[in-house]
Design a protein around this ligand. Sequence first.
Ligand code: E4P
Length: 221
Amino acid sequence: MKIFLDTANLESIKKFNDMGLLDGITTNPSLLSKEKGNPKDAMEEITKIIKGDVSLEVVSTEYSGMMEEGKRLREYGDNVVVKVPMTPDGLKACKSLSSEGIPVNVTLIFSPNQALLAAKSGAKYVSPFIGRLDDIGEDGMHLIKEIKEIFSNYNFGTEILVASIRHPVHVIDAAKIGADVVTLPPAVLDKMMKHPLTKIGLENFLADWEKLKAGNPDIKI
Ligand code: E4P
């Protein structure tokens, strides 16, 4: 399973990229709005730091605007994936951009039928938002199971990019289902690394090392 970071924060992107954890990045206008500085600089920088796919989202709601923006976004780098909303115009733009060799991520997917249609339109990724479904009392992970089942019946070549992830259990469940990608807020990736027994175990090792040093002042590893 590929891991993308769901952020436009350069510091977080560099931090996790240096650990070799990142296969790509997803952004959206809301994530860009959280960062200081010019969003153009951030988008350009992200496409340079990350070798894998970087999703950058259009803000036009009609076809021709999406096409123009999609092509402009693609100028940031060959690894840019144009993110379009799951609307009729978004699907039309998905079809046209994909036909021109520009990969597309169809976002704001909340039903299996939307995922099916996005795949038919040639999307490289579909982004089902599971956390937002959980938020309104639906089962977001059930949507991933349904999309996985449908896609495994056919050869669309479209990847399931699980979005709107809220906690590490979402990641485990998505991996068990066999989702292709999870896109994670930095805080979730941080939590995935930690375990209380790791912390206690390390503290004990270091305390025992200090005891050893007390009896052997010149000892070094
Ligand atoms: C995905 O591409 C979206 O940017 C993101 O996962 C949305 O998550 P949210 O529901 O936490 O805003």
